[in-house]
Design a protein around this ligand. Structure first.
Ligand code: DAH
Length: 331
């Protein structure tokens, strides 16, 4: 009996405990044998013996039940420990990707102008001569076409050299007022430190009926935009030439590398050129059938913005897909 009691106490598995329970309460177990002994007893002896036996029975029932409870808890705990997952462990999979610096810069610019109620327009990458040149006051054989080298297809279609054709497409499909930007890739056969055959531009166009839009409007919107992008910089407008705007200007910001004192990046000038703009040329309105309107346009290269913002020296590195470069832009 004492042996059984000990065995139950030291038992360490539910299976083993079940065997012990059979030894105690089973048909061939301890209590069946003990109760059989009652037959041989009478009177007071029988009563005392039965009493003792019932007490023992209660004791063992209690002992087995509580042991079972302990073992079940242990087993559950062991299972949980075995199956436990350490969520803080690295799983060997590299962390998720992030936006390419050019896309990130594009998003920032888009965010700015959509907040000012500009719509986002889109156009085909394979353009025709009319939208890419002709309607933008760049007739065939005009020397200004040389400003942009072009990838041509056989049938006089071409890869758009700038996002300006989207101005034309937007004005052809919609009446004034127009207030739009169009981001996207453009193509030119160029490759060096500051040029790649594919790069991205954002074009802006605002046209209103009457004479409401002036160069002053253009100046103020671009000044604020450039200060939003580059912080506390000076902005200057330099007279320039684009066939689709008149007057035209190129816009510079004070060099963000040297604060305008002159350095290698700004060729000691203290200024960095960042975009082109102007008042829309009347010939462009003629091509799209707009009358009695006024408006301005601007266009910029997104890679140039990204390079300046992140101080990237070689434009080509943005397209090499080198993770060592790209991982530096994770946020
Ligand atoms: N399309 C010009 C280029 O690719 C950029 C540009 C300049 C766009 C002046 C404009 C503008 O809308 O007004 O070089």
């Amino acid at each position: 009996m004492e042996e059984l009691e000990k065995s139950i106490e030291v038992c360490d598995s539910i299976r083993e405990l079940e065997k012990l329970r059979v030894n105690v309460f089973g048909k061939k177990g301890y209590f069946t044998a003990e109760f059989l002994k009652l037959k041989e007893l009478d009177g007071e002896d029988k009563r005392v013996f039965a009493n003792e036996l019932n007490k023992k029975k209660d004791f063992f029932t209690e002992l087995l039940n509580s042991k079972k409870e302990i073992l079940e808890k242990d087993e559950k705990l062991q299972l949980m420990q075995k199956d436990a997952v350490d969520v803080t462990l690295l799983n060997g999979v590299k962390s998720t990707g992030s936006l390419h610096p050019v896309m990130d810069t594009m998003d920032k610019i888009i965010e700015y102008f959509t907040a000012l109620n500009f719509s986002i327009e889109d156009g085909p990458l394979i353009e025709d001569d009319f939208h890419n040149f002709e309607a933008l006051n760049l007739p065939k054989h005009h020397p200004a076409r040389d400003m942009q080298d072009t990838f041509y297809f056989k049938d006089s279609m071409l890869l758009r050299t700038h996002t300006s054709p989207v101005q034309v497409r937007t004005m052809l499909k919609q009446k004034p007022p127009v207030r739009m930007i169009c981001p996207g890739p453009v193509f030119r056969p160029d490759l060096d430190l500051t040029h790649t055959p594919m790069f991205h531009q954002i074009e802006g166009l605002v046209v209103e009926e009457g004479k409401k839009v002036s160069f002053a409007n253009l100046k103020s919107i671009l000044e604020e935009f450039l200060q939003y992008m580059f912080g506390d910089v000076k902005v200057r407008f330099r007279p320039s030439f684009f066939p689709f705007t008149e007057p035209s200007a190129e816009v510079d910001i004070s060099c963000i590398f040297c604060g305008g004192n002159g350095c290698r990046v700004c060729s000691q000038t203290g200024w960095l050129e960042v975009l082109g703009c102007g008042i829309v040329d009347p010939n462009v309105y003629k091509a799209v059938g707009y009358k009695n309107v006024s408006g301005y346009a601007f266009g910029l290269g997104i890679e140039r913005f990204a390079m300046l913002l992140h101080k990237i020296p070689d434009l080509r590195s943005l397209f090499e897909g080198d993770l060592r470069l790209l991982e530096q832009f994770k946020c």
